[in-house]
Design a protein around this ligand. Structure first.
Ligand code: GDP
Length: 308
């Protein structure tokens, strides 16, 4: 079985760890969001790709939910002395990933090549692809103008009223090599529980990817990141509202409607299923909030059963 997954950060990483426990190595092709990549201290940081690789490799700091276990922040302290911007926390161990990525990119390797190497060196036993080798940057417009995604998410802690979202560079971007091919030849596609606007949205903004999802014979399944009318975590609800979507599993269904076959909705949202099914989708009602490893594996198993 070949499964393509579309992945943002934290929610995706949990489901992917559940899937990883159930499927053979190399089953998954993980297409990661790079819309929230940023240059920090001159280094190319890919937060979603790193969260996925750190989680699948077993390196993630479970308490913080991002970065590496056993992290220290001594370089960060020195950067404060130099007056460098310090709203984005980079740990000493984490820095090695960004130094390595940045050097390889500067030497002319593509983000696809560099991501594959980093995933392999971090002991990830599935293929990890960026959505594109070109720069696509998610930007949000608030009352004072446009902000890059990390400025909004980390520096402003999402406390900005967003009225518009843009994926800068998307028009000129191409899907990374292998993305469209993997979707076309997959048995199944799983859209992880990720922010529909700032994690899945950027992936879909790359010309050709949404078309590949529409064209594939694979069954396409998504897990709703919206449970009981709100995001399990993060700003997905507010951003969906800003983009004109209902903040519910129904809103997720309408965002993905052109190419989605099955939506996993939470038990709390069972009452929404007739309306989602009226739009032509199949629904599966289950516990979708992943608590601990068991929760991750249970949801992954439910998704695999639905695809079988
Ligand atoms: P964020 O919105 O910027 O944090 O970006 P992510 O793409 O990493 O979003 C995580 C998304 O996953 C959020 O929309 C959460 O609501 C959702 N999420 C996180 N954990 C879970 C979970 O256990 N179950 C479900 N269904 N959704 C989750």
């Amino acid at each position: 079985m070949r499964i393509v997954t579309l992945a943002g950060g934290t929610g995706a990483a949990k489901l992917l760890r559940g899937l990883d426990a159930l499927v053979p190595q190399r089953t998954l092709t993980i297409v990661g969001n790079t819309g929230d990549d940023a240059l920090i201290w001159g280094l190319h940081v890919s937060p979603d790709l790193d969260t996925v690789c750190y989680t699948l490799g077993g390196w993630i700091d479970e308490d913080r939910g991002w970065g590496l276990r056993g992290e220290t922040f001594r370089t960060f302290g020195e950067m404060v002395r130099f007056g460098e911007p310090t709203w984005f926390n980079l740990g000493d161990r984490d820095l090695a990933t960004h130094l390595h990525r940045t050097r390889l990119l500067r030497e002319g390797q593509t983000l696809t090549e560099v991501t594959a190497k980093i995933a392999q060196d971090l002991d990830v036993s599935h293929a990890v692809l960026p959505m594109s080798d070109q720069s696509v940057r998610t930007c949000v417009r608030g009352p004072d103008g446009w902000l890059g995604f990390q400025e909004y998410f980390v520096r402003e802690k999402t406390q900005v009223e967003v009225v518009e979202v843009d994926y800068v560079g998307a028009n000129a971007a191409l899907p990374a090599p292998g993305v469209v091919e993997a979707i076309a030849s997959a048995h199944a596609v799983i859209v992880c529980p990720s922010n529909p606007i700032t994690s899945i949205g950027p992936i879909l903004s790359v010309p050709g990817i949404a078309r590949a999802l529409e064209a594939t014979d694979a069954v396409v399944l998504a897990v709703s990141p919206i449970v009981g009318g709100q995001a399990v975590s993060g700003p997905a609800g507010r951003l969906m509202a800003a983009c004109g979507f209902e903040v519910s599993a129904l809103g997720v269904a309408s965002a993905y409607a052109p190419w989605l076959d099955i939506l996993l909705v939470d038990n709390q949202d069972a009452a929404l299923t007739p309306r989602i099914e009226a739009a032509g989708l199949r629904t599966i009602v289950t516990e979708t909030v992943m608590r601990g490893r068991e929760g991750e594996i249970a949801l992954a198993r439910r998704a695999l059963e639905a695809l079988a």
